[in-house]
Design a protein around this ligand. Structure first.
Ligand SMILES: [Zn+2]
Length: 237
């Protein structure tokens, strides 16, 4: 699928769930709130696996590698949305560096979902960017909350930076961001432990409140989804 079609799909998706064309997204809270049947499981996986997803009945479940930095976790989640909404397969395991055509489409969709073509164009214009450098790149990735690597790929594929610049700008990003006055949250895991957010939690609580399951069963279901915090009140909610 060509880039314009994927960008169009991403824009339609944003509109379908009530978002505008270009505002940066606080991605996990936004999709947890907007996609009512989505469950997101953060779980430790082999480093080369970014995530996985599957569909069962009306429910959509995505798994995100809990060891990866937030920028990459967000990108993986946006990538999984492509599989969940635009692919027929019920179960997919993802390596974002794969050369598989479907994986590449999912990556480009993710990039456009987080940073639509027009949004990047407007950003460039508003900030008077004629030639990208490390300062403007870090400002931009922080603004859109997109991973450093994803932004570099996007700029390279659009001809905005060369292959040599890509390699020059790529390393040591956390330190480079800190020295430009940003916090490191984009470069560290969003949830760095096994944990579940989204509809699974809502469903368990709902069936318990309707007396369809006992409290023991409720606790068992929550613990199975790595939510012992909710059972033992370990966190001050
Ligand atoms: Zn994939």
């Amino acid at each position: 699928m060509n880039s314009y079609k994927l960008n169009h799909l991403a824009m339609e998706f944003r509109l379908d769930i009530g978002l505008d064309y270009g505002t940066p997204l606080d991605f996990f809270p936004v999709i947890t709130s907007k996609l009512k049947n989505l469950t997101i499981v953060f779980i430790k996986m082999d480093d080369k696996i970014s995530g996985a997803c599957f569909k069962v009945d009306s429910q959509q479940i995505m798994f995100i590698n809990s060891k990866h930095p937030k920028g990459r976790q967000v990108f993986t989640a946006a990538h999984e949305i492509y599989h969940l909404f635009y692919e027929d397969t019920n179960f997919t395991i993802c390596n974002l560096n794969s050369n598989d055509e479907i994986e590449k489409n999912a990556n480009r969709f993710a990039s456009f979902l987080l940073m639509p073509i027009n949004a990047l164009y407007s950003y460039k214009k508003e900030n008077n960017i004629e030639k990208w450098n490390l300062n403007s790149i870090i400002d931009c990735e922080q603004y859109f909350q997109i991973s450093h690597e994803a932004l570099l790929y996007r700029l390279k594929s659009g001809g905005d930076i060369t292959f040599d610049e890509f390699n020059l700008f790529k390393p040591n990003i956390k330190n480079n961001a800190l020295h430009r006055g940003y916090d490191s949250s984009l470069y560290e895991p969003y949830i760095g432990k096994d944990y579940t957010i989204g509809n699974y939690v809502r469903l368990v609580e709902e069936v318990y409140e309707k007396d369809l399951i006992s409290n023991g069963k409720r606790e068992e279901y929550l613990i199975q989804a790595y939510l012992s915090d909710l059972v033992y009140n370990l966190e001050d909610l």
